[in-house]
Ligand binder design. Structure first.
Ligand SMILES: Nc1nc2c(c(=O)[nH]1)N[C@H]1C(S)=C(S)[C@@H](COP(=O)(O)O)O[C@H]1N2
Ligand SMILES: [Mo]
Length: 355
């Protein structure tokens, strides 16, 4: 079994966020998860408790925190504590803005399977059953297989604070927990002929109001990445947010996070991962072919047909910021996209490499 090495995370936390309440909550929860033996005095002072035993894994103990009462979650908090949580936060992805308040992020969602009303998603996800959950791996792999989502922590969880930019020009900054997608891809053992990874979400009209209402939409939601994108260090297969498992409205139990692409690429509630040598079609391209193409990289120079992409508004604070090429991740992406284009991504007529 693979365990992440515990790092002195408390030293860098202050640099990443000014959300004192959240940090306090996080420190307290870690302490509680670590066992009842932790001195109560240390709970009030994040950073004052000692580093935990490297082999001590959190158990699913019930812990109801007062801070959490205010968070619009669709399920009880104890149900969000699962194997692998909380994970160590990586220092490699510092933010240039405060973390978004958890309650704000949890009540402002795009999840069209339920509704197009961002403010109402969290109220409508209650019937969705995210467990048990298997992710089917198929296509150009040595052997098709399925992963139980509750076993993914064995591949090694880490927490990363990422900026997130929706194509609608709102943005947030959140701590995701998950497995680097590269490690998941390795575990899938793709054939050398694989060029793309295709992702498919669930189709459960009986649990999802939007899928019942918008019957003609091409459900289930589907997305894709090139293999180079999927195996890039930045790509995360996320099972958690804010130190616990994903609540339903954020795409329980497992979703993609590609922080340099518009949010719609970060497909939620994945049931299929398919390796292919053909450019995957995508849900939004099929619904709105005149909008962003497959690549959908954040690019302030390429306008949406109906609005500019030069700026973004942070949910919660309402702060307006300049949007950066690749959402500010250009230096980490290296030579994946050497130039900043003036036109939307590419489509099947214009693949980014020769096969
Ligand atoms: N299955 C699925 N995944 C999805 C969507 C969706 O409607 N269905 N919306 C996308 C869009 S447009 C955005 S901005 C993000 C929103 O993620 P969040 O609600 O966790 O902030 O999820 C993306 N993933
Ligand atoms: Mo979005």
């Amino acid at each position: 079994m693979h365990y992440l090495r515990r790092r002195p995370w408390h030293l860098k936390e202050g640099a990443l966020t000014d959300e004192g309440a959240w940090e306090r909550f996080r420190a307290e929860r870690r302490a509680v998860l670590r066992g009842a033996g932790v001195a109560a005095a240390s709970l009030a002072l994040p950073g004052c408790f000692t580093a935990p035993d490297a082999t001590a894994r959190p158990r699913r103990e019930v812990q109801v925190d007062p801070h959490r009462q205010a968070i619009p979650l669709s399920e009880p908090f104890d149900d969000l504590l699962r194997n692998g949580f909380p994970a160590d936060r990586s220092a490699a992805y510092p933010l240039d803005r405060p973390l978004t308040d958890e309650a704000v992020a949890a009540s402002h969602n795009n999840f069209y399977e339920f509704t197009a009303d961002k403010k109402a998603v969290w109220k409508l996800v209650g019937d969705f059953v995210p467990r048990p959950w298997a992710v089917e791996v198929r296509g150009l792999v040595h052997e098709p297989k399925t992963f139980d989502v509750d076993d993914l922590y064995k591949l090694g969880f880490e927490e990363r604070t990422y900026r997130f930019r929706c194509v609608e020009a709102w943005a947030m900054a959140v701590p995701w927990t998950g497995v680097p997608m590269r490690r998941f891809v390795e575990a899938c053992r793709p054939l050398s002929s694989a060029r793309f990874v295709r992702f498919v979400s669930f189709h459960r009209p009986e649990q999802a109001l939007g899928q019942r209402r918008e019957r003609w939409w091409p459900w289930p939601y589907y997305e894709g990445l090139t293999l180079a994108e999927a195996t890039h260090e930045l790509t995360l297969l996320a099972t958690g947010i804010y130190g616990h498992a994903l609540p339903r409205q954020h795409g329980a139990p497992v979703r993609l996070v590609t922080p340099w692409k518009y949010g719609f690429k970060s497909i939620k509630s994945i049931v299929v991962v398919e390796f292919t040598d053909r450019l995957p079609r995508t849900f939004w391209n099929d619904l709105q072919p005149d909008e962003y193409k497959f690549e959908a990289n954040v690019n302030p120079r390429v306008q949406h047909p109906r609005w500019a992409q030069t700026r973004e508004r942070l949910i919660g604070t309402g702060q307006v910021r300049t949007t950066e090429w690749l959402n500010g991740y250009a230096s980490l992406l290296g030579d994946l996209y050497p130039t900043q284009p003036e036109t939307p991504g590419w489509d099947d007529a214009d693949p980014p490499f020769s096969t």
